[in-house]
Design a protein around this ligand. Sequence first.
Ligand code: SAH
Length: 376
Amino acid sequence: MNLQTLENTLSQETFSDEDLLAFLSLTEPALCSRLWREAYDRTTRVHGNALWFRGLIEISNYCIYDCRYCGIRKGNHAAQRYTLTLDEIVEAARYAVRAGYGSVALQAGERTDEKFVSFVEEALVRIHRMSVEEGIAEGCGMTLSFGEQTEETYERWAQASGNRNALRYLLRIETSNLPLFRYLHSGQGGAQKTWEARLQSLALLRKLGYQVGTGVMIGIPGQSLADLVRDIRTFESLDVDMLGMGPYLVSHGGAMVEDGMMQKDVLLTLTRNMLAATRLALPTVNIAAATALETLVPGGRSLGVLSGCNVMMPNVTPQRTRASYQLYDNKQGTEAEPDSNVELEKELVAVTGREIGRHRYGSSLHFRSRRGLPAA
Ligand code: SAH
């Protein structure tokens, strides 16, 4: 592809599989920059200049699954397990609310036992109450990321959140290459995940009124560019509201160290191409710049924003447990105090030209159009 054919392709409103594959294949710096710029500009046109923040709280790293890629999989006996206290969770959320983030995102390893389900329920009730006391009339937005659960559990959490208009769930499909999906989830140390169950969970979340987010890891050993194109088509067919995607990074606590990982600069380019191609294919969804991108290269999340992302999830987890939520090696932000987010905000604004959309929910245009809600 040369610059002229790229220009011609970028002038389209919709893109064929061949177009998407061509975007993903770009390696020449001038062509890549042009693609990323187009994704950034379309993001501005559709979403405006605001970058939405969600304060990320990693509430526990206990997990019943044994996903090969993940450093907190059940079979990693070297992981130091922890669960935050309810007070710690509420105070972390208060920090995010006072910073004007408008939404919090709660994530953990997966558990389905009643003790955990009711613990999360109580945390949601208390965060909602706190955020109303802090002056958000309807309560802050909440994004949950606790994996596959029953319909009853999803419904209990939806009620506990107190605000169904700003209730979201992140559950990545990880890859739409089914043999690869099976390999990734074939660790022997825990319960097993299936593709069917994952789709079933996404359907339940949609039915219960959640804004539904999914995503994949980019550059998984054994994943092809055609797989990434199929991933984008899968996002479309699932009609998702939000996406979170980052580079696959090897984890020494995981169970696929011998599979290696892509070389860093090649992986960075591929990740940015994938973010941009996805933005062009799904203009109205929110796309988050993942922490994994920051780990791949310092300032990586800004590069994500410059490739079509419009959401950022700064870590507000208390210092005492940060280092233990090690999904992959050298995860960024483990040493940082929450106040370092002020530095992150400044750097982001300077590098990306965006402004931080404070004191707003920042729900995706895709969701608002579907539900007839006006303001972001
Ligand atoms: N247990 C929950 C939430 C924690 S994992 C869940 O599985 O949904 C959140 C995301 O981190 C996963 O969906 C996965 O895409 C990503 N992740 C895990 N290990 C990773 C790795 N080694 N490299 C990059 N991303 C990883």
